[in-house]
Design a protein around this ligand. Structure first.
Ligand code: CAO
Length: 450
């Protein structure tokens, strides 16, 4: 047995470099000049070749280690291996260099090894030649030049899964690009993606590979003040983000003619002035939504894995704006309550919300949510679904509009409706029907009896 330390040769301008890839493992048979590890400085990466042929006895470096000239890469049993031609000296093969690095000297040519590093000898200026020739597989590594390997590493492409189009299956830059394109379009899955994909097949596992959040020093542009987000904003923010990202949500906009309903509401409030209960448009909307949920039960369901859970109860959440942030109290069993009771309970819940006194029971169990900005203004908006509900109705301020009645334009009070729905559960046609039905009830409330 002729054990020898294989050391990092002279690597030119670079003092210390990081190990980013191990190309061999203990037990591998390596040839002279075969690449052993890849190292990377801030300017370039290069492969460190073996000065001798033999069998790897022990690796002395790991990914993440810092190495420099003379660091022992591995212990090699060179017994019986043909000695390397002493004239054919081994240089680290640069993988890719940043422009500044190219301007600097290539790794220096050293004629003789330093005393402390007898084994490897560095020779020849840096060249972009691959460390491995096509057709010379190295310990099971795919055939690819160092620059192609670096390119694949940067993209996170598993090179072993790329089909090479070159001689003897050599992988080119174009092969890596084509593979990446196929993965991004979903026509191919990497093994890692396939392993992560849910049972039953769905999903490409591409994931949200988002850019980091922009970090801006705003004080550079003018005076600023920093305030911590409130507790409600922190909690609702996390929920809203999940719901916005996970749910394939679509919003249908429509208008409902509430001319007669508003007149009825005003009349009711006049008649019942002394009761102290103010009937709101939202109460009528809640009742109308219950009727629509009964007619279109998919809207009163929740996704649970591959199943839909259909609720036999009708609890309606309504978004309430409070000084501390947005909360959603839930009006329970709306199907069993009349307009007066709904108006009264809503006003109590809204007060509790503003006073910050809602308990968890007041805010749980909703089947469907209404978010009304009608008291404020605006035309349409795209509310975010309150998971695990599958739809939400956004309502804006009603206004008089000229509506064509077949003969003439007549002034009608029109209520803008924005229905956001989960496309995994509901189709566009069903959403349009839901909105149309809602509009019909609001235009003629007698239809709720049908
Ligand atoms: N069109 C025109 N006027 C409307 C209207 C509509 N769609 N809805 C309400 N109004 C009127 C009311 O009639 C009332 O008028 P009067 O004072 O003359 O009677 C006035 O606007 C104020 O109503 P309100 O908003 O206080 O009452 P409400 O029952 O409509 O709503 C509540 C109650 C709790 C939903 C509401 O106060 C609220 O908090 N809304 C904001 C919801 C929200 O923030 N949604 C966004 C969520 S996404 O961030």
């Amino acid at each position: 047995m002729a054990l020898m330390d294989i050391q990092v040769p002279d690597i030119g301008d670079f003092d210390e470099v990081g190990v980013i890839e191990l190309l061999v493992k203990a037990g591998d048979t390596v040839k002279a000049e075969q690449s052993l590890i890849t190292v990377e400085s801030d300017k370039a990466s290069m492969e460190i070749p073996s000065s001798h042929a033999g069998v790897v006895k022990e690796l002395r470096v790991q990914v993440g280690d810092k190495v420099k000239q003379g660091s022992v890469v591995l212990v090699l049993d060179a017994a019986g291996a043909p000695a390397r031609d002493s004239e054919q000296k081994t240089a680290p093969a640069p993988v890719e260099q940043a422009p500044e690095a190219i301007k600097t000297e290539a790794p220096a040519v050293v004629a003789a090894p330093a005393a402390a590093t007898p084994a490897p000898v560095v020779a020849a200026a840096a060249v972009a030649e691959p460390a491995h020739q096509p057709g010379t597989p190295t310990g099971g590594l795919p055939h690819a030049s160092p620059s192609v390997r670096k390119f694949a590493r940067e993209l996170g492409v598993p090179l072993a899964e790329v089909q090479g189009s070159g001689p003897k299956g050599r992988i080119s830059h174009e092969d890596v690009q084509a593979f990446t394109q196929r993965v991004m379009t979903g026509s191919v899955q990497t093994k890692a993606q396939a392993a992560k994909a849910p049972a039953g097949g769905g999903g490409t596992g591409v994931g949200l590979d988002l850019l980091p959040w922009p970090k801006v020093d705003f004080s550079k542009f003018g005076p600023v003040e920093r305030k911590e987000l409130g507790r409600i904003k922190k909690i609702s923010g996390a929920n809203l983000t999940r719901n916005a990202v996970v749910i394939p949500a679509v919003t249908n906009h429509d208008d409902a003619d509430i001319t007669d309903l508003e007149a009825f509401r005003v009349q009711l409030n006049k008649e019942n002035e002394k009761s102290g209960i103010k009937v709101t448009m939202l109460a009528f909307l809640i009742k109308a939504c219950v009727a629509a949920l009964k007619k279109f039960p998919d809207f009163n369901s929740s996704l649970d894995g591959d199943s839909l859970v259909y609720k036999q109860y009708f609890h309606i959440g309504f978004a309430a704006d409070t000084p501390n942030g947005l909360v959603v109290p839930v009006l329970k069993d709306a199907d069993k309550k009349g307009i007066f009771q709904i108006s009264q309970e809503m006003s109590e819940l809204a007060k509790k919300a503003r006073d910050g006194k809602l308990g968890p029971a007041d805010m749980s169990g909703a089947c469907f949510t209404i978010s009304s900005l009608g008291g404020i203004g605006g035309r349409y908006f795209t509310p975010i679904i309150n998971a695990p509900e599958v739809a939400i109705l956004g309502v804006c301020k009603s206004q008089m509009e000229p509506v064509w009645d077949g003969k003439q334009f007549v002034p009608r009070l029109m209520l803008p409706l924005s229905l956001t729905w989960d496309h995994r559960v509901i189709d566009g046609a069903a959403a349009a029907r839901f909105n149309v039905y809602l509009g019909q009830i609001l235009a003629d409330y007698r239809r709720i009896l049908l």
